[in-house]
Design a protein around this ligand. Structure first.
Ligand SMILES: NC(=O)c1ccc[n+]([C@H]2O[C@H](COP(=O)([O-])OP(=O)(O)OC[C@H]3O[C@@H](n4cnc5c(N)ncnc54)[C@H](O)[C@@H]3O)[C@@H](O)[C@H]2O)c1
Length: 417
């Protein structure tokens, strides 16, 4: 007996009215992480541990409003997570595939009603089965290793328009992936510069509109890049910048703390022993039951050795290089659009197995499961501290729910000229 297909509008209205505790019962995954489990950048880098338990002094600036998190964006319990989508908005691979798989089929149905999205623009939907209440879909530039004014402006617009949608919908906590740095081939460092500086400027202009922006990185490379750059860009007067940070050491902050208290304990222990904590990959490898949200959340990836992660990361880089080589062998940029259209046509032809019982009309289907599984190999390079993923958290109060009628009217934000 096939499951009755849910109507996305009814589901959206129902979910957005629920109080947090009620809504938590609806999450597809229960290993979610709430905001109070993710330290702010300042908490991660505070100078003086003697202030233990005291209210953080100084700072109070940008570094209280941002966090660096390494892991799967689909487990973050925030107002909105940002999806690095393609222009069809009908799902695909990478973070897009993970988000669609974790949100459920209503996400596809609502996206389908939005009729696509142009590069640099952003549109908002409900988060459905995700811990995030909303998903902001933005389409990054296809850079293929080349960064010119167009690519820079388009990527900047992705962050600006996503934040603008946050403001318009009264949302205050958001997580960004590394937009365009995967299959679209935007080089990681310039992309991080754009992400960090655009968010910084926006918070400075809208200080009371944002509680937290989480930079959710998935790869070791991105983690090191963001850590180094955030140590400069979000430096507060009561924070130290260590040599390692400037060099971009790879010790993920997420290994330091799943809570602020643990953060202080960990830091203290670290200073006393002087030992550098092992990267969080080891912690990840020890978790039997932690599940990485690949395109197939049911898939239990079990232990992951750091070597495997490196291999996965190399594989992803190789795939990206192959993609870039293939693309470069093709004719001009205009072929990209044809390719995207072909991608959408292909998505239309193929009905992914998981959507068969749900998909009772000839709607475009998301990418085939096989492709998503391929992509999931690419996605398995990210890890997070397994302890964090396991925590079932007590979180702060539920952000006010937004009347759903306001969502439809403001869903598309014009690209900033
Ligand atoms: N990566 C793939 O194999 C693949 C295949 C088809 C389509 N896509 C997607 O790629 C296009 C957009 O390219 P893009 O470079 O902007 O996106 P992307 O290829 O998803 O990469 C963006 C970034 O997200 C990271 N990432 C992957 N999974 C997660 C996760 N669960 N949580 C947090 N971060 C994650 C990934 O490592 C990369 O740093 C779209 O067509 C979309 O459908 C990806």
């Amino acid at each position: 007996m096939s499951k009755k297909k849910k109507d996305w509008k009814t589901e959206k209205e129902r979910l957005l009215r629920l109080e947090r505790e009620e809504r938590r019962k609806e999450y597809r995954r229960q290993d979610f992480i709430s905001l109070d489990k993710i330290p702010t950048w300042r908490e991660e880098n505070r100078v003086n541990d003697n202030e233990e338990g005291q209210e953080l002094t100084g700072g109070g600036g940008l570094s209280d409003k941002v966090s660096l998190y390494k892991g799967d964006i689909t487990v973050l319990e925030v107002d909105a997570i940002v999806n690095a989508a393609n222009s069809s908005l009908l799902g695909g691979g990478g973070v897009d595939g993970c988000i669609h798989k974790a949100a459920g089929s209503c996400l596809y149905d609502e996206c389908h009603s939005l009729n696509g999205c142009d590069t640099g623009k952003a549109k908002i939907t409900c988060g459905y089965d995700l811990p995030a209440r909303y998903v902001i879909h933005t389409v990054g530039p296809v850079a293929r290793g080349h960064v010119g004014p167009t690519e820079t402006n388009d990527l900047t617009s992705c962050y600006q328009n996503s934040l603008r949608l946050m403001k318009e919908h009264g949302l205050s906590t958001v997580a960004f992936p590394c937009i365009s740095t995967g299959i679209y081939g935007f080089p990681n460092e310039p992309a991080a510069d754009i992400a960090l500086n655009t968010v910084k400027s926006w918070i400075e202009e809208n200080p009371d509109k944002i509680t937290r922006v989480i930079f959710c990185v998935f790869l070791e490379t991105d983690f090191a890049i963001y850590k180094k750059k955030m140590s400069v860009i979000f430096q507060d007067n009561d924070m130290e910048v260590t040599e390692d940070q400037l060099k971009g050491d790879n010790t993920p902050p997420s290994t330091k703390s799943t809570t602020k208290e643990e953060s202080e304990d960990n830091n203290r222990g670290k200073e006393e022993t002087g030992d550098e904590e092992e990267g969080d990959n080891d912690a990840w490898g020890k978790e039997e039951d932690v599940e990485m949200a690949s395109q197939n959340p049911e898939e239990n990836l079990g232990d992951e050795e750091p070597g495997q992660e490196k291999a996965a990361e190399d594989q992803e880089n190789q795939e990206k290089q192959e993609d870039m080589d293939i693309n470069n062998d093709r004719a001009e940029d205009k072929d990209i659009d044809n390719d995207e259209n072909k991608e959408e046509d292909k998505a239309e032809e193929e009905q992914p197995a998981t959507k068969k019982e749900d998909d009772d009309d000839d709607d475009k289907a998301a990418k085939s499961t096989a492709e998503m599984e391929d992509a999931s190999e690419i996605n398995d390079t990210g890890t997070s501290n397994g302890e964090e993923m396991k925590d079932h958290v007590e979180s702060s109060g539920e952000p006010d729910s937004i009347p759903t009628d306001s969502i439809q009217s403001k869903d598309t934000v014009e690209k900033k000229e």
